[in-house]
Structure formats: structure tokens, C-alpha cells
Design a binder for this molecule. Sequence first.
Ligand code: DQA
Length: 140
Amino acid sequence: MKIAIINGPNLNLLGTREPDLYGSQTFEQYLVSLERQYPNVNFSYFQSNIEGELVGELQRVGFDHDGIVLNPAAYTHTSVAIGDAIAAIRTPVIEVHISNVHAREEFRRISHVSAKCKGTIAGLGLRGYELAVVFFLNAD
Ligand code: DQA
């Protein structure tokens, strides 16, 4: 089972970035616990602050992985290119948001990726990533 986790802009600052919204754990710390919990899963992790690099990574993993867990961060609300990339690949994508984007500013309710994804998890903190993994592990 190969699962790719892809994080968009500013998520490299998790742990220090607005901890009230995003928590105080770095993603690297969280990933270690996830890898320990699911030793049979082969995880890859990619983070970028650059839209085109996120498109490139989706294309790279999108034909041979079993699942992609994607938090496009602010690009969720702006990026037609990331939405198109999800539609163009074969691997199913689950969109994850740490915060509840529906309970925040109006512009965060718009997603250019949701309609292309298998599903969306928002507002459950970092646990959202694990729940997406659990879905892929139990998917047909
Ligand atoms: C986010 C929500 C986005 O609106 C925001 O731009 C982010 C993080 C989340 O995980 O809650 O950077 O995707």
C-alpha cells in the first residue's frame, strides 16, 4: 500500500503557525507517529509553497500510488491547476484541511479541488490525515 501525503503552502510552518488554529505539532513529528502506527503502509511526503511543484508531485505519484492525502492549503481556494491535476491522474485523492474551513472566512468555503476528490475531511485537526489513510486501507 503506497500512500502519498502532499501539503501545500505554509504547512511547513505547522507547530509555530497560528497554533490556535493548526495546533502545536510539526508535520514531521505527526508523520513519525503515523508511520509507527501503520508500519505496512509505504508513505511518501511532499510539501511545497509553489503551486506548480504541487501539480508536478500529483502527476508523479498519481499513477502508481494507492491513495493521495492532499492538503492544498490556500491553493484550495484559488488553484484551477491543482483541481485539473487531480482530475488528470488515476490515484484517488482525499482533500484534508486541519481547520474547519466552513467556519472561517467566506473565501475558504470555495474549493477548486473538492469536486475532483473522492472526499473531503475538514476541521478534525491533524487526525484528518490519519482518517484519510484509514479510508484508503479499507477501500475496495
Ligand atoms: C488549511 C485551510 C486553508 O484555508 C488555509 O489557507 C491553510 C490551511 C487547513 O488545513 O485548515 O493554509 O488548508
